[in-house]
Structures are given as C-alpha cells and as structure tokens.
Design a protein around this ligand. Structure first.
Ligand code: FES
Ligand SMILES: [Fe+2]
Length: 351
C-alpha cells in the first residue's frame, strides 16, 4: 500500500491519508488482534472477578476464579448479547437476554428452553477463550498472537532486569484516562522522538541532557534513553549491565503497536494508546511504584503536564493531516529513527 524507504536519509513519512482515512484505520485495527494488550494488574482482581473490557473493538471479559486469570469472550453464544457491562464479583455469568449461564472459565452451564435441541450443548456453545499472560503481575491478552508473549517482551525483560519488577506496587491514584481528537498513530509518532522536547516540554528539558538522548531500535520495539542533568534522580545500574556508569533518568519503551512502558527511578508509568475511531483515541495511564521517595521528581515528575503538552501537539497535527496542502514529510535522520521504524513496521503489517 504505502512504501516507507528503508533508508531514513531518503524516506518520506506516512502519507496524511493514513491518519484520516476510515478504511485504512479499520484495516489497521483489524490486525491489532494479533498483538498483545495490557489489561490490568493482578492486585485489581478479587476472587470471582468479572471485568469487561473492549480491546480493538472486541468485547472481552477478564475473570479470576480458583486463583486463575482468564480472558473470555463477552458475547453470548446464543444470539450475541453482551453478557456483562459492569465490573462485578460473582461465580456465574448470566446472559440478560434469555438466561444462558456460563462459569468463569467460559463453559456453558445451563440454558433454559433448549431441552429438545439436538447436539446441544457443543463446544461452540462455550465462550471462546483468548491468550492471557502475566508479567511481573501485569496482565496482557491477545486474541490471535503472531509473536509469543515472551518474544514480544524479551528486549524489555533483558534490559530492565536490574530492577526488581516483581515488587512493583499498583497505585490507583495514578490512573488517568484521556480522550483526544487525533489518530492513534500520531500519538505514537510523537512519543517516538525526543526531538520536540526543547520546544514542547520546557520543564522536562531541564531534567534531561538533550544532546545525549539516545534511540535504539529493536524488532518490534523502540527504546529511548534520557540522561539526567545535574541533580536529577537516575537509576543505580549495577556493574556488568550494558548501561552501567550512565546516569539514566528514564527508559522510554514503546512496544508495537500501542504500549508504552516508561521506567523512572520511582517506578513504571504505563501508557496504553487505544484507537477508538480514525480521529479519536483514548490514552490510559497506570502507575506502579518501586521507590515512593522519588515520586514527583526528575524526568518522571510531572507527567500530567507533559501529557497535556503532548496532547496539544498531537491534536493540532491531526488538523494538519486534513489539510489539502500537506501530503507527507521527511524524517530527521538523527532524531527521528524511532518514528521511521514505527512507520516501517506499520506499513509492513498493512501490506
Ligand atoms: S443471547 Fe444470550 S441467552 Fe440469548
Ligand atoms: Fe512529548
């Protein structure tokens, strides 16, 4: 469909139609089901929890029963009614339309009026189950994974192994939900470069050494590293680790297509970029604490301010995409490697 030149010095950016064309949007989103999506932290779920979620226009439920987490369909196998709309704790799912009953592992338990139905119940009457993985108490699901979860997360896992991620504590006060008037990919584009920091984020620019900002590319992820200015908290990285000796204030990981894991000395700020329509996106923030004393300091200090500064830019660029005078741009070969990599992955996946 669209070619992004492998050579960044020659390449042109994604054409504007990618960000505003509903058909391109639908076809991109339909492929999201082969990716992994974050859904929550294990501590958010009590026994017999039923937690409905919408992922990439798919209606799903996360359940916990007998200590086990599952991801099942939220669509009744009878005539397609949505089974659960509110978060609740109970042992069975009962369809509000005609009373079909399921256990929390998705098995059909009971259905009135089907006594004479032939070959009933069959496997097809159970609720479909999707893949679910837990990584340091963070829960991820996929409907049809192309990459195994361990392959998808392996670069983050290796690089961040010096942190005790198993000790991260979920902090509900750090949850944020923003709906923005922009295409999801514009939000990702903006995240993938530190080029704009001196122009857009004046306070953050005082925490990071702009000239030492680094970008590393991986198969399906991008890592950006922010080096601390004098007096700004940085990670204590043990000898033997490849980053040992560096004063790193932030590791900014993006994992294809829409997950951002921002590690700061205080802990992890996780952002999920949920495409809603071609020109509406929901940004979900979650926070997990490793060192309370360092909260509010340094590069990960005032995230709300940085977020609003980014949203202003992204919404404005979305208006720019609708202009007949803009078709596509070019990349800075030194500062926009991450954006170029994202566009290459995106267009490869949309062939
Ligand atoms: S649609 Fe669920 S019981 Fe009929
Ligand atoms: Fe930004």
């Amino acid at each position: 469909m669209v070619e992004i030149d492998l050579d960044i010095t020659r390449a042109k950016t994604l054409p504007s139609k990618f960000y505003i064309d509903s058909q391109i949007f639908q076809s991109t989103i339909s492929k999201f089901k082969s990716n992994w999506t974050f859904v929550g932290h294990t501590s958010q779920f009590d026994e017999n929890s039923i937690f409905p979620i919408t992922i990439n226009q798919e209606q799903l439920i996360i359940t916990k029963s007998d200590g086990e987490f599952r991801c099942i369909s939220n669509v009744c196998t009878h005539r397609g009614m949505i089974l659960q709309t509110e978060e609740e704790c109970k042992k069975t799912l009962i369809c509000p339309y005609h009373g079909r009953t399921f256990s929390l592992d998705g098995r059909l338990k009971n259905m009135p009026g089907f006594e004479n139905a032939v070959d009933f119940p069959s496997e097809n009457d159970n609720l479909p189950i999707f893949d679910l993985e837990i990584w340091n108490d963070l829960i991820f699901v996929s409907q049809d994974p192309e990459l195994s979860f361990s392959d998808w997360i392996k670069d983050v896992n290796e690089r961040m192994s010096f942190l005790d991620l198993g000790k991260m504590a979920y902090d509900s006060s750090r949850e944020r939900y923003y709906t923005i008037n922009a295409n999801w990919a514009l939000y990702v584009d903006n995240y993938l470069e530190g080029f704009h920091i001196p122009f857009v984020h004046k306070d953050l620019n005082n925490a990071l050494e702009y000239n030492q900002y680094e970008t590393e590319l991986f198969e399906t992820s991008v890592l950006q590293i922010g080096i601390a200015q004098e007096g700004v908290p940085y990670f204590d990285i043990p000898e033997g680790h490849q980053d040992s000796g560096k004063k790193i204030a932030a590791y900014y990981w993006w994992l294809y297509p829409n997950l951002m894991l921002n590690f700061y000395p205080w802990g992890l700020s996780l952002n999920l970029v949920k495409p809603i329509t071609v020109d509406t996106t929901e940004i979900c923030y979650s926070g997990f604490i490793l060192d309370k004393e360092l909260l509010g300091k340094g590069a990960g200090g005032d995230l709300d301010k940085v977020e609003l500064e980014d949203q202003f830019i992204v919404e404005s660029c979305h208006l720019g995409m609708k202009s007949s005078s803009y078709k596509r741009g070019r990349y800075s070969p030194t500062m926009e490697k991450g954006v170029h990599h994202f566009h290459r992955i995106l267009t490869d996946n949309n062939d």
